[in-house]
Every structure is written in structure tokens, then in C-alpha cells.
Write a protein that binds this ligand. Structure first.
Ligand SMILES: [Mn+2]
Length: 382
């Protein structure tokens, strides 16, 4: 028998049961492109089976990453329900317990590293958990969700819908910077092969918009990702979700105009901040980059950290601070594990998680200076 991803079949069966029994279903995804595509694909698959799930994306800069108290308060009106966390959840020990108390049965489908055990959800899918024998470990969350929809829909999926899902999976796997090897390579090549003839209105408008530039599928994908990777929110939905789910092409065109304009502004802000931080680093060099302020938009800490890391080739921590907390992104040069560093200093952190080259953290402002010292010490000893 072929090895399968642990618990994926269980998850598919539980979702089918919920659809049949007309249970409430809540889909909850991280707000980046991976989480957005995961949620959208599963939503379309569930809808094609006749159910109508409720949706929620947490706003990282306001609510924090993953399942959180405010979000639980908002979605508690849907309980009792099956709550499916995608591209997040594997670190939400407390919150999953709380969700159960509110009447949710929780399924986690995540691909982030396992920290200290797994939350007490009813079903957990994460290729990095113990006992998962599937040989490939580097799916984006959307790759796992795609496999889940194959189990859910079986031969009920039209080849056109399957191909449309693959286009989205290719984009989100690239956006999440997962290794482009083995299973991912197949998903990416499959998806990109039909991108230029996509029928999805929210993608067709990109083709039109970049029509004159004669782009290869990969160049086109990169352009789409740069616009969709980080978008704003409307009533707990991401704008990238809104665009990709729109049925009407003219409406999609109008939303794309807005997103392109916002993207240009965002790029200018990031360029200016990169310059500002670079000057600071040049003035006082250290073994790591550890910079943050209230002025750095939370949604830009990831791209900023990537740019600075590429420029200075040092472990880079960039954060946004509000009155009490700082939330940030970490990027490390090749071969340097950012998650191990955060683990080493975890007693100073409120939340952390992610992957070896890219991760995130939340820290109380009163612990910022100690955290900087702890991380500097850690990297100097490496
Ligand atoms: Mn992801």
C-alpha cells in the first residue's frame, strides 16, 4: 500500500461526515497566500459537496498569528462546529483547548515545525509530526489541502477544477518559499503549465494586466505573488481571498487596480525602511540584525527581514512594536536555523514558530533588550 500523510484520510472522512450531517463548518486560515489558497480550495471543495462553510482569517498585526482569543470570540457564534485550522494551529495549545470548551471540534492542517508536542485537537495533519511516514516533508499547507480535496472529491472533481486548484497551489507553494523539489516540483510545474490559460477571473485579470510584458509562467507567477502575498483585510477576509474567489471578471479587474496601487505604495515604504535600517547597521555592526519600531508596518516585517538578510547575510530580526508587544519576522542565511535560535530564547517569548530559514515571534516590550542579548549570545557561540 502507498504511504499516506498521517491523518489526512481521517480528516477527509470527518469533513464528509460533517457535510452529510449538516454540521457547521468553520474554515480558519493564516492570512498569507499559502493560508489564503488553502482556505479557498477547501471552501470550493466543500461547497461542491453542498455545504456552506463560514470563513475567518486572523489579522496578524492586530490579533497575532494563528488561533487567538479575539478570533474565538468572533467565531463562537458558529459553535457547535467543526473548526479547521490551516497553515497555522500547530503551536496553539491554549487556544485549541479554549476552542473545545466553546463547542468546537478542531482539525489542524499545518506544515510548520512541531515545537513541544502537538495541541489536543481531534485530528492533526502535519508531515513533521511523529509517526508520519510520508517521505516528502516540505509541502506548503496548500499542498496538503490539495491532497485533502482529492480525498474529499474523489472522481467527483472535474479536470478543470482540479487544474484551477493546482494553479493556486503552485503560486502559494512558491510564495511560501518551500523547496521546489520532489512532490512540490510536480505541483508547481503542473499548476504553472495552465496559468496562462486559467479560467479563474481573479487570475485572468493578471494576464490582461501584464499582457504586453511577454512573461514566462514563472515571471508571471512572481508578479502575481508580489501583489497577493500580503494584502489587507475586509471583514475578516483577505483581499487576496476576495480577488481569487470573485466570479465576475470586471469586478476582479477593479479590485486588482486597487491592489496594484497599494502594492506600489508598499514597495516604496519598504525601500525607504530598508535604506534607513541599512544605515543603522552600517553605523553599529553586530553579529545579528535586531531592529524594530512602531513605524514598521506589521505586514512588512517579513519582506523587510528578507531584504536585509540578503544584503548583510546575517540572522535578521525585524519587528513592529505596539505599546505592550512586539511582533516580528526572522530570516536567516542558508544553513542557519532561525527556529533553533528562538527555541534557545523561548522563555523570553510569548509565541514563536515557523520554519528553519523563516519564522516569527511575539515578545513583551519589557523583554526586548534581554531577547536581543540572548540571540546575540546564541549566534556568537555558533
Ligand atoms: Mn505556510
Amino acid at each position: 500500500m502507498k504511504t499516506e500523510i498521517k491523518n489526512l484520510k481521517k480528516a477527509a472522512q470527518r469533513i464528509k461526515k460533517a457535510i452529510k450531517g449538516k454540521e457547521n463548518i468553520v474554515l480558519y486560515g493564516d492570512a498569507d497566500l499559502d493560508g489564503t489558497v488553502s482556505l479557498l480550495i477547501l471552501e470550493e471543495a466543500i461547497k461542491s459537496l453542498g455545504a456552506e462553510p463560514s470563513l475567518y482569517f486572523p489579522e496578524r498585526g492586530v490579533e497575532g498569528y494563528g488561533l487567538n482569543e479575539g478570533a474565538l470570540k468572533f467565531i463562537s457564534k458558529y459553535a457547535p462546529a467543526l473548526l479547521i485550522l490551516m497553515d497555522c494551529g500547530i503551536g496553539n495549545f491554549k487556544e485549541v483547548k479554549q476552542a473545545k470548551k466553546l463547542g468546537f471540534e478542531v482539525i489542524i492542517i499545518d506544515h510548520h515545525e512541531i515545537l513541544n508536542g502537538i495541541p489536543q485537537a481531534s485530528i492533526v495533519v502535519d508531515p513533521k509530526q511523529k509517526g508520519d511516514k510520508y517521505p516528502f516533508k516540505f509541502f506548503a499547507a496548500c499542498g496538503l489541502i490539495f491532497k485533502l480535496t482529492e480525498l474529499l472529491l474523489g472522481d467527483k472533481i472535474s479536470s478543470q477544477l482540479r487544474q484551477s486548484f493546482l494553479e493556486l497551489v503552485a503560486l502559494a507553494t512558491l510564495a511560501d518559499m518551500m523547496p521546489q523539489i520532489e512532490d512540490n516540483q510536480i505541483l508547481i510545474e503542473d499548476g504553472l503549465s495552465s496559468l496562462s490559460s486559467t479560467f479563474r477571473p481573479g487570475l485572468r485579470v493578471f494576464l490582461k494586466s501584464f499582457d504586453e510584458q511577454n512573461l514566462s509562467p514563472r515571471e508571471l507567477a512572481a508578479k502575481i505573488i508580489s501583489v497577493l502575498q500580503i494584502t489587507e483585510f475586509e471583514e475578516h477576509l483577505t483581499e487576496s481571498y476576495l480577488l481569487l474567489s470573485i466570479q465576475d471578471e470586471r469586478e476582479a479587474g477593479r479590485l486588482l487596480e486597487v491592489l496594484l496601487e497599494k502594492n506600489t505604495q508598499r514597495r516604496q515604504i519598504i525601500a525607504a525602511l530598508t535604506e534607513e535600517i541599512s544605515q543603522k547597521i552600517a553605523l553599529s555592526p553586530s553579529s545579528i540584525v535586531f531592529e524594530g519600531s512602531a513605524e514598521i508596518p506589521h505586514s512588512s516585517t517579513g519582506s523587510l527581514a528578507s531584504r536585509i538578510k540578503n544584503k548583510f547575510k546575517k540572522p535578521t530580526f525585524i519587528f513592529n512594536s505596539n505599546q505592550v508587544l512586539s511582533r516580528g519576522s526572522v530570516r536567516t542565511p542558508k544553513g542557519v536555523n532561525s527556529l533553533e535560535a528562538l527555541k534557545h530564547c523561548h522563555s523570553l517569548l510569548e509565541v514563536y514558530g515557523g520554519h528553519s530559514p523563516a519564522s516569527g515571534f511575539t515578545v513583551k516590550n519589557e523583554n526586548l533588550e534581554k531577547l536581543k542579548q540572548c540571540l546575540t549570545g546564541y549566534f556568537e557561540k555558533l
